[in-house]
Design a protein around this ligand. Structure first.
Ligand code: GLN
Length: 193
């Protein structure tokens, strides 16, 4: 099987994730229908609008297909993608995919500062732990399960995390030229499973 990475392309900034993967020379393709997952070893859910994602996932049949996909393949989500992948959203009733045990608050940073840039610290990037965090009406992780590993911090807030198959960020690495998070996803989670 090839190491193709799919990017969910129903709505949101999927083109930016395709660009990040292209920069890494990883073969990638947009995914709009369940059959398009067949040749993928990994899948990325982009930023966008999580309620819209969940509605469109249900309409396209991808909702069930992504849950089945994640049994043995890796999935990454940024911002709205993180919300769609989480188990519980405290301020919304949408039925999320529940693939990573996170309790999340949507649009958690308030109006005045609902979009900002700030440094995120990712200790596993030992040579240079600083990463430019682009936060756009970002969610906040309020709590997480025992199988969830903290990977990145903004102040003391966890903003990047993973479990065995699912990697999530509350910010948008795809909106920077820094491809280290995508590289980590492909090398450590897509190619080694
Ligand atoms: N505020 C959006 C939501 O709750 C997420 C925003 C984003 O992906 N940049 O779905």
């Amino acid at each position: 099987m090839s190491d193709m990475v799919g990017v969910l392309a129903l709505q949101g900034d999927f083109a930016k994730h395709l660009e990040s993967l292209k920069r890494l020379r990883v073969s990638a393709k947009p995914v709009r229908w369940p059959e398009e997952l067949d040749r993928c070893r990994g899948l990325i859910l982009p930023g966008g609008e999580s309620t819209t994602f969940v509605n469109l996932l249900k309409k396209s049949g991808l909702y069930e297909s992504i849950i089945a996909f994640a049994i043995d393949r890796a999935v990454m989500g940024t911002c709205a993608g993180l919300i769609a992948l989480s188990t519980a959203i405290v301020n919304d009733r949408m039925k999320t995919l529940g693939l990573i045990d996170l309790e999340v608050e949507r649009n958690a940073y308030g109006r005045q500062v609902d979009s900002f840039f700030d440094t995120v610290r990712i200790p596993m990037f030992k040579e240079k732990p600083d990463f430019e965090g682009v936060f756009i009406r970002a969610p906040r992780i309020l709590s997480f399960g025992n199988d969830v590993e903290e990977l990145g911090y903004h102040d003391s807030q966890v903003v990047m995390a993973k479990n065995r198959r699912v990697l999530v960020c509350t910010f948008h690495p795809e909106l920077t030229r820094d491809t280290r998070i995508h590289q980590y996803f492909v090398e450590s989670m897509v190619e080694h499973q």
